[in-house]
Write a protein that binds this ligand. Structure first.
Ligand SMILES: NC(=O)c1ccc[n+]([C@@H]2O[C@H](COP(=O)([O-])OP(=O)(O)OC[C@H]3O[C@@H](n4cnc5c(N)ncnc54)[C@H](OP(=O)(O)O)[C@@H]3O)[C@@H](O)[C@H]2O)c1
Length: 363
């Protein structure tokens, strides 16, 4: 294709603003259409969320998204809009960037998978921390064999989402947010999958409620995942606990473990800073030797960490670029709807397990 891809964005809020910026930053894309319920509010939100130089038309009519001059639809509105918009776009041959959750239950998910499968459109789902440098380092360490066999992955999504959040009115409801895991912790579930890279066999979970006010669902959940190859995953998600936004990432291998940004080992010297620095293909990542205790060392991975809840800290540009690449060169993005469906199935099964008092459920 020798013209730019024409991008429409639906849902011009906190996240929609970042989707617009991500496509604006891509040399092969132009943002041509913005979709919201009220034109004045769309303009106010562009200003509020720091979108500059956007000459896209604004529409309040959903059907305008499918009138033939849109190549890519970015879906960033509230959760109940994701499946219907994505299905209609897929039927019109429009490629998709979709916010999580792509579906709120198994029925919506199946409808979406069928529509996307029939259409052959390219898709990317916003588990965008996939492109955070620490995540990339972790995947490189695993793929290169440096961790040995990954036995256990533990992730945490701890964020006191409350009235400060632009989407507070809808995200805390059962109808829209559905559960803490689907609304927020699904990022941590997807991360476990990235580093175990295996089929989930069974999940079990408990949930509870702490101090968080105003939610229609429990606000702390702890879950286990058993994978086909024997690896184990554990996730906690909470809006209750006292911490700044925390995305914890611990990957325990048989040779080496990555605990948040620290490489640790029991004895010997399985890796050195010099060797890692020489071999690592990721620009801007540094490895720093540090003391772990009086007698032990560790290596700190020095790179941008997943330490902010703010969407302007998240790698949406890499996500949009992955979609454009798949459209231009063929193949799937690493975060296609088909792949994301498994993360969603785990979340649905986990919520079921927690509702049943921790009984194991097959995703
Ligand atoms: N991937 C990530 O890291 C990440 C981070 C944050 C959020 N998200 C996801 O992004 C999506 C949007 O979240 P957000 O933080 O951007 O929320 P937001 O600021 O509330 O934006 C959502 C937009 O949807 C529209 N909307 C609100 N209520 C609606 C309703 N009842 N019916 C129809 N449209 C409505 C609003 O635009 P109009 O009023 O103009 O229609 C609003 O600006 C959610 O699915 C969320 O899960 C993802």
């Amino acid at each position: 294709m020798n013209r730019k891809l024409r991008v429409a964005v639906s849902g011009i809020g906190w996240c929609g603003g970042e989707h617009i910026k991500a496509f604006q930053a891509h040399p092969d894309c132009e943002v041509v259409l913005l979709h919201g319920r009220d034109e004045t509010r769309v303009r106010q939100n562009l200003e509020k969320f720091g979108v500059k130089n956007c000459a896209a038309k604004i529409t309040t009519r959903t059907e305008d998204l499918f009138r033939g001059d849109v190549d890519v639809l970015s879906i960033a509105g509230i959760n109940s809009t994701h499946t219907p918009l994505a299905c209609e776009a897929a039927r019109h041959g429009i490629h998709l960037m979709i916010e999580k959750p792509v579906a709120r239950d198994v029925t919506e998910l199946q409808t979406l998978l069928t529509a996307v499968g029939k259409s052959g459109v390219k898709t990317v789902v916003s588990f965008e921390l996939y492109w955070n440098p620490l995540f990339q380092v972790a995947r490189w360490l695993i793929a290169s064999g440096r961790l040995g066999r990954v036995m256990f992955v533990r992730t945490n999504y701890h964020s006191r989402v409350g009235p400060w959040y632009a989407g507070w009115d809808w995200c805390r409801t059962r109808a829209e947010g559905r559960s803490l895991l689907l609304n927020a912790g699904c990022h941590a579930v997807d991360a476990v999958r990235q580093f175990t890279n295996d089929e989930p066999q069974a999940v079990s979970a408990f949930h509870t409620t702490g101090l968080a006010q105003g939610y229609e669902y429990p606000t702390t959940i702890q879950l286990n995942i058993q994978f086909a190859g024997g690896q184990l995953g554990q996730v906690s998600a909470s809006a209750d606990v006292a911490t700044p936004y925390h995305f914890g990432l611990e990957i325990y291998g048989t040779k080496l473990s990555l605990v948040n940004q620290y490489l640790r080992w029991p004895d010997g010297e399985p890796v050195t800073v010099a060797e890692l620095q020489h071999a690592c293909p990721l620009p801007g990542v540094r490895f720093v030797a540090e003391a772990y205790s009086e007698t032990k060392s560790q290596i700190r991975v020095d790179c941008l960490l997943p330490t902010s809840v703010s969407v302007d800290h998240h790698p949406f540009r890499d996500e949009a670029a992955a979609l454009v690449d798949a459209i231009q060169r063929g193949g799937e993005t690493p975060l296609s709807v088909a792949r994301a469906a498994i993360t969603h199935r785990i979340c649905f099964a986990v919520d079921q397990s927690a509702d049943r008092g921790g009984q194991p459920v097959q995703p």
